[in-house]
Ligand binder design. Structure first.
Ligand code: ADP
Length: 333
């Protein structure tokens, strides 16, 4: 389906598809305070060709960010460049460089997929001779439904149609907002394959998700947003390497009322009477060392289990909010 990278570019040289510096968004308020702070001190660079995941819990600011990138929401402050085009100075070009696949399945039920794509192409001012309606429908496995009413399409077909609509103007960047939210396992795999193919063909993909597995499986880079701030941004493997946290649970034969003195230098809790839970970093402590110390403390190990950390652990680690304070009024910061 062509090479999406041949989309508009200011200089053809900028290596980042998206650059954001000092971005801030306040919803409402009177300009001197109040309002809801949705993003603050937000910097990010998304390389061309990346498969980039924006991960964060509900309310973190993910949609706010992509809506700003897509020109759907006004930023309060900061600089944003999309495919080399400054959002303030060349907003039209910046917007033309992004195709957004929204979360909601809002499709006009009376249009066929072919009509829906033609209308969308018209909306973006794509001249008739440059339209690629059939090629897009084929690429998204919708060719045999090209002339069916959209209301007769299955959920999976509707999602694919939304992706197709986002691509009519050949944007080099595709933004997907929670593409598989509420989607069954089979369809999720299909969508993953499809998005992977688009990325392999050159489209820079930015997706938001709160499915950790999705980010881990698909994305080569992951940014974690929490309460309007970037809390981590790295290559997926590097992010996973950073978490060498492990847990080992040891069952002993003896009844305990307290953690034995000899084990107190470990990060250990007792679940009385016989379960000891050790948290440790694999880079600092070996399981052998823990087991040896347990034996030396005069205890007999009857069972043990370990848990590998995954992205979910990292996510919890990074976004744990010690004081439980929610980000709200701008004036409170
Ligand atoms: P996410 O996409 O990560 O779930 P959002 O960007 O939707 O997060 O929301 C970030 C914060 O901004 C939330 O506190 C949300 O309630 C608030 N917010 C989002 N959109 C609006 C809006 N249009 N008006 C006021 N507040 C909003």
């Amino acid at each position: 389906m062509g090479t999406p990278t041949e989309g508009p570019s200011a200089d053809g040289l900028a290596e980042n598809a998206i650059e954001v510096r000092g971005l801030k968004k306040v919803y409402g308020g009177n300009g001197r305070g109040g309002g809801l702070l949705a993003l603050e001190h937000f910097d990010i660079a998304i390389p061309r060709g990346a498969f980039f995941g924006l991960l964060g819990p509900n309310g973190a600011g993910k949609s706010t960010l992509i809506n700003i990138l897509a020109g759907l929401t006004m930023k309060t402050a900061g600089e944003v460049t999309v495919w080399g085009h400054d959002l303030d100075r060349a907003g039209r070009m910046a917007r033309a460089s992004i195709g957004v696949v929204p979360q909601e399945l809002n499709i006009d039920p009376f249009f066929t997929p072919r009509e829906a794509l033609e209308v969308q192409a018209g909306f973006y001012g794509v001249p008739k001779r440059e339209r690629r309606t059939d090629a897009i429908l084929r690429a998204l496995h919708l060719a045999d439904k090209a002339d069916a009413y959209a209301r007769s399409l299955s959920g999976g077909m509707r999602r694919r149609l939304l992706i197709a609509k986002a691509m009519v103007h050949r944007p080099p960047i595709l933004v997907l907002d929670e593409p598989t939210a509420g989607v069954d396992v089979e369809l999720r795999q299909q969508l993953w394959d499809l998005i992977r193919t688009l990325n392999a063909e050159g489209t820079t993909v930015l997706l938001t998700t709160h499915y950790l597995e999705e980010a881990e499986q698909l994305c080569d880079q992951i940014a974690i947003i929490h309460q309007g701030r970037l809390v981590a941004c790295d290559r997926t493997e590097a992010l996973l390497r950073r978490m060498d946290q492990r847990e080992i649970v040891i069952l002993v034969a003896e009844d305990l009322s307290d953690v034995p003195e000899a084990l107190k230098h470990f990060r250990v809790t007792l679940q009385p009477p016989r379960r000891l839970r050790f948290g440790f970093r694999t880079s600092e402590t070996g399981i052998g060392e823990i087991l040896e110390s347990v034996r030396k403390a005069g205890l007999t190990v009857t069972d043990l289990s370990t848990k590998e950390s995954d992205l979910e652990d990292l996510f919890l680690q990074l976004t744990r909010n010690p004081d439980g304070v929610e980000p709200k009024a701008e004036t409170s910061r």
